[in-house]
Design a protein around this ligand. Structure first.
Ligand code: ATP
Length: 242
């Protein structure tokens, strides 16, 4: 196994004095898709926010390729971290191409980086090229999710975190979005996916971790997962949505 791309070590974080995540440790590797499951309120979004530098770290460390991350969100983006936040899909009143351009804010000083990023986005998501001059609001839910992912890919992250990309999407569209996420992983990206849809997630994931009340209770290869019942029981709420 290669060195981990993302290492979360003994992370404690929360809001104000309130500790939500307590001593969470998790490692993710290049070319590997790790799904972080857990029932509503378990602390999944809180974890991603702290890793991205949107919330303060109360204890522990977050490292990208062995380098501890203590700086701002933009600094972490420049270090290779991407985040697709739940619900915050795109700038609806801007065109598809403007959205991509905005996604490249952290690389705009590198000559040609934005144009190259847009070309890469259109190659991966041809539908976005077809609709490049349309307002993002005119795209379907699934297309907006693709655009949100394409936007996060603009600075060429090595680690991509996605928070419930299935939220609000029709089942057939979820398949498509998960297919794209699997393809990104195959191309070498380290993906940390937060989800509530167990079966969809396990179909594409290499590793699975379960978060329960701020702590990791299961962390294993999907291939060697032998106790599915325990996995389901650990967050019954999730099975209901499937
Ligand atoms: P969901 O699947 O519902 O998004 P989650 O696992 O992502 O759940 P979080 O959103 O991380 O859970 O929330 C974890 C806990 O933190 C919850 O109890 C929630 O009420 C609390 N929480 C979330 N945001 C804040 C906030 N801004 N201030 C205080 N508490 C918060």
């Amino acid at each position: 196994m290669t060195d981990a791309a993302l290492v979360i070590d003994d992370l404690t974080t929360g809001y104000g004095q309130l500790k939500i995540v307590r001593g969470l440790s998790l490692s993710c590797h290049a070319g590997q898709l790790t799904v972080l499951l857990g029932r509503n309120g378990a602390g999944k979004t809180t974890t991603l926010s702290a890793v991205a530098g949107l919330l303060p770290t109360m204890g522990g460390t977050v490292s990208l390729h062995g380098v501890p991350q203590t700086g701002s969100t933009v600094a972490r983006v420049r270090s290779g971290l991407g985040l697709v936040q739940e619900g915050k899909r795109v700038f609806r009143a801007r065109t598809v191409e403007d959205n991509l351009r905005l996604g490249g804010f952290s690389v705009r000083r590198q000559r040609g980086a934005i144009a190259e990023g847009i070309d890469r986005a259109y190659e991966r998501f041809p539908i976005l090229k077809d609709k490049r001059r349309q307002l993002a609001a005119s795209l379907s839910g699934g297309q907006q999710q693709m655009l949100a992912i394409a936007q996060a890919l603009m600075p060429q992250p090595t680690v991509l975190m996605l928070d419930e990309p299935s939220a609000g999407l029709a089942p057939s569209v979820v398949e498509q979005v998960f297919g794209e996420i699997a393809s990104l992983t195959k191309d070498g990206l380290c993906v940390l996916l937060v989800e509530q849809l167990i079966d969809h997630s396990l179909a594409v994931a290499d590793r699975v971790a379960v978060l329960d009340r701020g702590r990791i209770t299961i962390d294993t290869d999907v291939a060697s997962l032998d106790n599915w019942d325990a996995l389901r029981e650990s967050y019954l709420g999730a099975t209901i949505k499937e």
